[in-house]
Design a protein around this ligand. Structure first.
Ligand code: TXA
Ligand code: MG
Length: 328
């Protein structure tokens, strides 16, 4: 357990932005909303701050961080953009896409943040609060999701508080996020590769590339997972998660999707429907909050109805599979 800190919570606005920038400059840890999930920010160039961030999350040091910047010029100082990267950045930034690129030769980012890889993950977030903080701070900010390592990602300030209170300096509360699943991560390798499905559906990325994304050959990068989304257990609630439920057993909580009722659902100890009307965008926005709520209901098992795998469904199913994987 890191040293106990007093975690301040401030509503988003000019005062909170200045306090966030000052805290980052002082080497502190600041949680703030992005359009995908809340991030936990630290000054990317400050090795001590980055070490503190790994400790606060309980994150293994082999798992590298995403560097957040305010504009393309700042991104080009830390990563080497080829034609593919330029095209993807032009199409989707600011927005829920992360590019993994060769590190620039004079990249100012602390080595710990990239787990000593020679590549670096970069994104320009679209959320106005994140953008204000990046502008006022002026430098690059590493920001993993603002949860304890392996736990469900936070989509509200209250989620951040329940995981990280006492471990970080400041939480900027900008209300619930819009997208609800993390950024899609594309490795700009010889064949552009989808490392983590996320907030931009695969087919939209492929339309810009004009070709299919390569599939990740797991273990390809020095035998370790290049994205924590690849760790078998991640995004995990305390309850057991049972996927593709076609009926409900007594004592289970239900994570539903769509208008159809599930056999046995009247016995559910708690119910949330990701989207009554079967809308995947709405389902993504609700996913992590509903997993937390059903977990907090005390259910031993959360049964999850099938979610279609197209569009944002690929990211939703990816997170659900990892939430259901055996922990340990
Ligand atoms: O939407 C998001 O991406 C959020 C918000 C806060 O921006 N951030 C986020 O960070 O999801 P995190 O740390 O939870 O996930 C970052 C992922 C990890 O799976 C990590 O392994 C991968 O990015 N990653 C970072 N650097 C990498 C690299 N050089 N090569 C491959 N994967 C990398
Ligand atoms: Mg995360």
């Amino acid at each position: 357990m890191p040293v106990e800190l007093t975690t301040q919570i401030r509503p988003a606005g000019a005062t909170a932005t200045s306090e966030a920038a000052r805290t980052l400059r002082d080497g502190g840890l600041v949680a703030f909303p992005t359009e995908t999930v809340y991030g936990l920010g630290a000054d990317a160039a400050n090795a001590e701050a980055v070490a503190r961030l790994y400790r606060a999350k309980g994150r293994p040091a082999f798992n590298p961080l995403i560097v957040h910047v305010g504009d393309l010029k700042a991104a080009q100082r830390i990563g080497c953009f080829d034609a593919t990267a330029v095209a993807l950045a032009a199409a989707f930034w600011p927005g829920p896409l992360t590019l993994v690129l060769p590190k620039a030769s004079r990249c100012p980012v602390a080595r710990l943040a990239t787990a000593s890889l020679d590549t670096i993950a970069i994104r320009i977030p679209a959320h106005p609060v994140a953008r204000d903080i990046l502008r006022e701070f002026g430098g690059a900010v590493v920001a993993p999701s603002a949860n304890l390592s392996g736990h469900v990602s936070p989509t509200t300030a209250a989620h951040v508080q329940s995981d990280l209170s006492g471990r970080i300096d400041l939480i900027v509360d900008g209300g619930p996020v819009e997208v609800g699943v993390e950024s899609a991560i594309v490795g700009c390798f010889a064949s552009p590769t989808l490392l983590r499905p996320g907030g931009i559906p695969r087919d939209e990325i492929e339309r810009v590339l004009g070709s299919p994304l390569a599939q990740l050959d797991s273990g390809a990068i020095e035998g370790r997972p290049p994205a924590s989304g690849m760790l078998a257990s991640h995004y995990a609630p305390r309850a057991r998660v049972r996927l593709d439920a076609t009926s409900l057993s007594r004592g289970e909580a239900l994570l539903a999707f769509g208008p159809a009722a599930l056999a046995g659902s009247e016995t559910a100890t708690a119910v949330r429907n990701l989207s009554e009307r079967g809308d995947l965008t709405e389902a993504a926005a609700n996913l992590f909050g509903y997993l937390r709520a059903l977990d907090a209901s005390g259910a031993r098992t959360i049964a999850v109805m099938p979610v279609p795998d197209h569009g944002l469904g690929e990211a939703i199913n990816d997170r659900l599979r990892r939430a259901a994987a055996p922990q340990g």
